[in-house]
Design a protein around this ligand. Sequence first.
Ligand SMILES: NC(=O)c1ccc[n+]([C@@H]2O[C@H](COP(=O)([O-])OP(=O)(O)OC[C@H]3O[C@@H](n4cnc5c(N)ncnc54)[C@H](O)[C@@H]3O)[C@@H](O)[C@H]2O)c1
Ligand SMILES: O=C(O)[C@H](O)COP(=O)(O)O
Length: 388
Amino acid sequence: MYRIKTLNKISPAGLSVLDQTRYTISTDVENEDGILVRSADMHDYAFPDALRAVARAGAGTNNIPIDRCSEAGIVVFNTPGANANAVKELAVCALLLASRKISDGVAWVKEQAAGADVEQAVEKGKSQFVGPELSGKMLGVIGLGAIGVQVANIATKLGMTVFGYDPFLSVDGALSLSRLVHRAMDLETIYKNCDYITLHVPQTPETKGMFNEDAFHMMKGGVRILNLARGTLVNDDDMLAALDSGKVACYVTDFPNGKILRGKNVVAIPHLGASTPESEENCAVMAAQELKDYLENGNIQNSVNLPTLVQPWSGVSRLCIIHRNAPGAIASITGVLSKDGVNVANMTNKSKKDYAYTVVDVDSRIGESVADTIRALDVVLRVRLLNH
Ligand SMILES: NC(=O)c1ccc[n+]([C@@H]2O[C@H](COP(=O)([O-])OP(=O)(O)OC[C@H]3O[C@@H](n4cnc5c(N)ncnc54)[C@H](O)[C@@H]3O)[C@@H](O)[C@H]2O)c1
Ligand SMILES: O=C(O)[C@H](O)COP(=O)(O)O
């Protein structure tokens, strides 16, 4: 039986991917083999010995201690693109919220409900909620991944002139991007020209606090900013000053905190980007499939810390070895096998930055003693032995 711990509510459609005869799934299972998580903060999480994989049902993995997982030989998965449509739709809503004073207007109408003549009050008071149209304005999209591409493309259909910036644009991203979207080669082009700017980058050491005083200084007066990516991308003190001075006309954020809520013209959404039944299901199913394929077959797809490696079974036993990406690592592993007289039927090795993964199918059924000898190698972080 595999033990799976859920640290957030995971869509039942995802959980049903894991056969109940082989998987125990609960919030309090101990010494778990795998974890299914959404945004729960895992930075102080003590890894049990059995833990082999963490699957994030969603895109952002900044809630997971990736380096610590890598060193412990724990594979971290996410579900790229599975919630992109939901975020794109919220981004369209956020563009309108940033422009048309809808949330202030709605709150004001509710206040009129106690009054005698609501119709009259509405017609008299509506002029305070005038806001510009999107058509004909310039939108800057920072980060052209699964979400940014969709936001950029749909904004062209709203009549906006769209500039996209992504120095690491993937081939898939480029192929999905509308030809109407202009490619900005630097952030300055976005900052200087755009009336609306929307963030769709992950939280990394490079992007943390990227919207700061220097960035606001370069932006157009009255710019409207959308942040459906992560709160930490914005320096809150600098944003509050920019809102106060009118440099930023409106800040729509899916990541409110006590400080930013005090700012004027802040529209705060309670992290609803991926909160649709469709994307919750997509993410959960994809995360559960990734976890299952890794636990049962050792295959890795959509991992943020280890390479993609899918190998069809061709032997009797399979060794799944997570190791450092270091010279001589493969030779030392195959050296153990040849010394023990084990014949390799198929073998694949892939690497990602400092880490590598080797899957070895062997013709004969081998025991844990061979795995233990490989475990003892300096370069090796984790070894699993699977039998077909
Ligand atoms: N509000 C929500 O509920 C919600 C939902 C999904 C994702 N997100 C956030 O949105 C982020 C993006 O999601 P995605 O699915 O599009 O991810 P993605 O990995 O498909 O795209 C991210 C893109 O950002 C680019 N990028 C990285 N660093 C950059 C930089 N310094 N400047 C410009 N571009 C840079 C990458 O090249 C990539 O194309 C996630 O990491 C997550 O933080 C939020
Ligand atoms: O990165 C993500 O996928 C989003 O922020 C969604 O987070 P959630 O799964 O907690 O809604």
